[in-house]
Write a protein that binds this ligand. Sequence first.
Ligand SMILES: *[C@@H]1O[C@H](CO)[C@@H](O)[C@H](O)[C@H]1NC(C)=O
Ligand SMILES: *[C@@H]1O[C@H](CO)[C@@H](O)[C@H](O)[C@H]1NC(C)=O
Ligand SMILES: *[C@@H]1O[C@H](CO)[C@@H](O)[C@H](O)[C@H]1NC(C)=O
Ligand SMILES: *[C@@H]1O[C@H](CO)[C@@H](O)[C@H](O)[C@H]1NC(C)=O
Ligand SMILES: *[C@@H]1O[C@H](CO)[C@@H](O)[C@H](O)[C@H]1NC(C)=O
Ligand SMILES: *[C@@H]1O[C@H](CO)[C@@H](O)[C@H](O)[C@H]1NC(C)=O
Ligand SMILES: *[C@@H]1O[C@H](CO)[C@@H](O)[C@H](O)[C@H]1NC(C)=O
Ligand SMILES: *[C@@H]1O[C@H](CO)[C@@H](O)[C@H](O)[C@H]1NC(C)=O
Ligand SMILES: *[C@@H]1O[C@H](CO)[C@@H](O)[C@H](O)[C@H]1NC(C)=O
Length: 434
Amino acid sequence: MAAGGSASEPRVLVCLGALLAGWVAVGLEAVVIGEVHENVTLHCGNISGLRGQVTWYRNNSEPVFLLSSNSSLRPAEPRFSLVDATSLHIESLSLEDEGNYTCQEILNVTQWFQVWLQVANPPPSAPQCWAQMASGSFMLQLTCRWDGGYPDPDFLWIEEPGGVIVGKSKLGVEMLSESQLSDGKKFKCVTSHIVGPESGASCMVQIRGPSLLSEPMKTCFIGGNVTLTCQVSGAYPPAKILWLRNLTQPEVVIQPSSRHLITQDGQNSTLTIHNCSQDLDEGYYVCRADSPVGVREVEIWLSVKEPLNIGGIVGTIVSLLLLGLAIISGLLLYYSPVFCWKVGNTFRGQNMDDVMVLVDSEEEEEEEDAAVGEQEGAHEREELPKEIPKQDHIHRVTALVNGNIEQMGNGFQDLQDDSSEEQSDIVQEEDRPV
Ligand SMILES: *[C@@H]1O[C@H](CO)[C@@H](O)[C@H](O)[C@H]1NC(C)=O
Ligand SMILES: *[C@@H]1O[C@H](CO)[C@@H](O)[C@H](O)[C@H]1NC(C)=O
Ligand SMILES: *[C@@H]1O[C@H](CO)[C@@H](O)[C@H](O)[C@H]1NC(C)=O
Ligand SMILES: *[C@@H]1O[C@H](CO)[C@@H](O)[C@H](O)[C@H]1NC(C)=O
Ligand SMILES: *[C@@H]1O[C@H](CO)[C@@H](O)[C@H](O)[C@H]1NC(C)=O
Ligand SMILES: *[C@@H]1O[C@H](CO)[C@@H](O)[C@H](O)[C@H]1NC(C)=O
Ligand SMILES: *[C@@H]1O[C@H](CO)[C@@H](O)[C@H](O)[C@H]1NC(C)=O
Ligand SMILES: *[C@@H]1O[C@H](CO)[C@@H](O)[C@H](O)[C@H]1NC(C)=O
Ligand SMILES: *[C@@H]1O[C@H](CO)[C@@H](O)[C@H](O)[C@H]1NC(C)=O
């Protein structure tokens, strides 16, 4: 309107009329899309033939002079130049060049033309795509992003292989129902932008059902704590992990509470049960991985036991030690009675005669024979008649093993008297292995 301002009033009206006519002629606005770092040429209307003097303005809040075909006026910047004395050529576009430009042509009448320059740039990096579970529904959401470009790119999601089109949009988001999904299926996002690249860029996602890993059994002591773990692997998109109790049908999802602590780190989930009680907590627990691609469950059996008591453990160990000692002593006594008798005598200091009788070398040999004989019953039986005298001795040794040293010394005669009865017993014993 700067040019119109110097003209007379009728001239302004003509100018406005021409302006409106011009806009009608070019369809109100011409849109030109340029690319960052590239050159662009804006035409002053769609007019062929003789042209008048052309002046270009940048239409910001108020028009800013850029350049004119009047060579006495210098261009605002060396980047601007005129092509065919009418069109505006801008070198090395930047995003700031985006906006509306106006050209004024003065011939018989003054005409105005407006051009809307859009500066497009393709996104600087590769597109990214992913799959996730749609919140609130059991659907899979595919998302494709290709940020940093202008104007917005287009997204095309297709199934691979086969190329079935899932959807095309400016948003890059598609929702898939469970029926469209299967383990291992691939989806490809192909992006396209107004300024290329021609072939477009793409990315791919492959969906996978979950696998579960857990320990099949756990034990908790009454009043104690126990942690059950569950590890999901291979799931894409990540699965939702739930802990359930199958005490009742249908199974009940365990909610976090003061006794049930549920934590999740990535695709690993743990359920900690505090203050275990047999009635409430023993039984099957189920870890479930939920995904639109698949559902997996694993069972864990929790047994709740009485806590181990330390006193009991110590008592058991001591008893075992004592038992071991008793056995060793028994064996020593059995195989080396001399040693034991000597030990016994140091305390007794009397009845030395008895000792001398018993520590007879012949009897000793016989006793050893008897010991062997007990294990080789067949051999023993053949020599049975010779054996009879030594049974007394065996009996005496038995008495010693029983610890009745005193009684043995005093009751030596008694034992000898009993020997006839005892013999038969021993002979019977020796017959058993046959
Ligand atoms: C932009 O135009 C200038 C001259 O006006 C030319 O030298 C240059 O090569 C052009 N650049 C591109 C990318 O076309
Ligand atoms: C001018 O517009 C007409 C139709 O409106 C079109 O056929 C022609 O190609 C355009 N010319 C230029 C140079 O844009
Ligand atoms: C410049 O643009 C504004 C809107 O942004 C419009 O109202 C005005 O008419 C334009 N001026 C010219 C000379 O095209
Ligand atoms: C060109 O611009 C100069 C300086 O503003 C002016 O004096 C001259 O009249 C203009 N020429 C035309 C043909 O408009
Ligand atoms: C250019 O003008 C059109 C209307 O003619 C408007 O919709 C658009 O927002 C303008 N562009 C800028 C960058 O101001
Ligand atoms: C100027 O206008 C007259 C009448 O409107 C017309 O005859 C003439 O051709 C026009 N000149 C140009 C250069 O268009
Ligand atoms: C069980 O967990 C609770 C709460 O973390 C803790 O106070 C308590 O000491 C734990 N009991 C055992 C036996 O570890
Ligand atoms: C718990 O699940 C197992 C395995 O699915 C099943 O055999 C058992 O009957 C279930 N128990 C209850 C009480 O539902
Ligand atoms: C543990 O549970 C028993 C009943 O099962 C309850 O009497 C006791 O108070 C609980 N202890 C704690 C620390 O919650």
